[in-house]
Design a protein around this ligand. Structure first.
Ligand SMILES: *[C@@H]1O[C@H](CO)[C@@H](O)[C@H](O)[C@H]1NC(C)=O
Ligand SMILES: *[C@@H]1O[C@H](CO)[C@@H](O)[C@H](O)[C@H]1NC(C)=O
Length: 403
């Protein structure tokens, strides 16, 4: 713990000039965010360097943080924690020890990290699961899906799908004393992406026994059509998740092909085929005015499209769940969608909220004016932020009332 702070301090001093990133006034604890961001950017630059000299893939270097934050499964007086597998996919299961008699709720949780990073075992996710288990008297299934660059789409998606399908079996639910009518699917960032995608597909699978009662999407990534939405433009250089990193995550999800990354960065990766889908992510139609602001809508450019045409999945709705017609949205479970003002992904979430509502799905869209991408995970010392605690407590309150 202390070593984490020391590393953070050293890195911040060495790269002092890094610290002076302009951070919007509306963000609380700005100095703390500047320090955390300086540490993050140092790691990103180190990753770029190690990749440049051919030592390690960029994401392998970035993975250092995930590994450093890993904790073993340890039970405490409230929660029994075990690592196991569901149909060969690793999961960490949190069960409240002293629970009221009868059946209880369950949350299947999908961590974030751009399909490349992160783990159910990371301290903030571990804490979130413990808190959710205790405060909701719920069983939490935290999924350890495979990651890029070793595994690409649809492996991440398939792992989550497998776990959800397995857990929804009557006998498995009963074995965990879970009420089949009270199962939630929830995740942040890339995890929110996987939640939205799996929720859409699972409703059409005749072999799935139960159903998802609610879906919670915390600042999800949902579309691959346009990386120039107002939020991508406004927050291009925002701490934690600048546009370059988000686009890199997207391209790594599909392939390590550098041409795809270049085209995605230039927003010139769309194809003739994707044109027919682009209205589903058209922000001049689906984005509320308060988010559109004065940004001028521009058609995504169709430049060198070979890369995305060659690589399967880029416009597959299992990867980009905003890219489906209304008929597919209508029967989706009730949704809780969180967005942050200072986040490139704000408009992905806001557009999905609008489209779900129009399709008749019950939606709670909670927008945090003073927050930034990743805040939901910033709940453990020394990277704890009041806004992170606030977001987590709102999330748990919403689940308490709706699950
Ligand atoms: C914790 O879970 C394990 C595995 O399911 C079980 O064997 C053990 O009895 C549980 N412990 C408590 C205190 O509930
Ligand atoms: C998005 O919507 C606007 C306004 O309706 C329209 O002019 C534009 O062509 C649409 N873009 C795409 C890619 O369909």
């Amino acid at each position: 713990m202390a070593s984490k702070l020391v590393v953070l301090a050293i890195v911040s001093v060495l790269l002092g000039y890094y610290v002076y990133t302009p951070i919007p006034e509306a963000v609380e604890e700005r100095w703390k965010l500047m320090l955390v961001d300086a540490a993050f950017r140092s790691l990103e630059h180190l990753a770029e360097l190690t990749e440049l000299i051919g030592f390690k893939h960029y994401m392998e270097m970035m993975m250092v943080l995930t590994v450093a934050e890993s904790v073993d499964p340890s039970s405490d007086e409230n929660v029994n924690v075990t690592d196991t597998t569901f149909n060969k996919v690793p999961v960490r299961v949190y069960e409240p020890i002293s629970h009221s008699p009868g059946l209880r709720r369950a949350v299947i949780y999908i961590h974030g990290g751009g399909w490349c990073l992160g783990s159910a075992k990371m301290q903030p996710y571990d804490l979130l699961s413990r808190k959710s288990a205790t405060e909701l008297d719920a069983v939490i299934i935290s999924v350890e899906y495979r990651l890029a660059p070793v595994y690409h789409f649809p492996d991440q998606y398939n792992d989550v799908y497998t776990v959800v399908k397995y857990f929804l079996q009557r006998d498995v639910l009963l074995q965990h004393s879970v009420d089949p009518g009270r199962v939630a699917l929830s995740g942040d960032s890339a995890g929110g992406n996987l939640v939205a995608a799996v929720a859409q597909q699972i409703q059409e699978d005749p072999d799935v026994q139960g159903e998802i009662k609610i879906q919670a999407l915390i600042y999800p990534a949902l579309q691959t059509i346009d990386f120039n939405t107002p939020s991508y433009q406004q927050n291009e250089n925002m701490p934690i998740l600048p546009k370059t990193l988000m686009v890199r995550f997207w391209s790594e999800y599909f392939s390590c092909d550098k041409l795809l990354l270049q085209n995605m960065m230039a927003n010139s990766h769309t194809t003739l085929e994707s044109r027919s889908l682009s209205n589903f992510a058209n922000w001049s139609i689906h984005l509320p005015e308060r988010f559109r602001k004065d940004y001028k809508y521009m058609l995504p450019d169709r430049g060198n499209t070979d890369s995305s045409a060659r690589i399967p999945g880029v416009f597959d709705s299992r990867a980009a769940p905003l890219l489906v017609g209304d008929e597919k949205l209508r029967s989706l479970p009730q949704a809780y969608i969180v967005t942050c003002e200072f986040d490139v992904l704000r408009d992905d979430g806001a557009m999905y909220a609008t489209r779900l509502e129009k399709a008749g799905v019950q939606v709670t869209h909670e927008h945090f004016e003073e927050s930034f991408h990743g805040a939901f995970m910033f709940i453990t010392w020394p990277t704890d932020f009041a806004i992170g605690q606030k977001m987590v407590s709102h999330y748990i309150d919403w689940l308490r009332k709706n699950l």
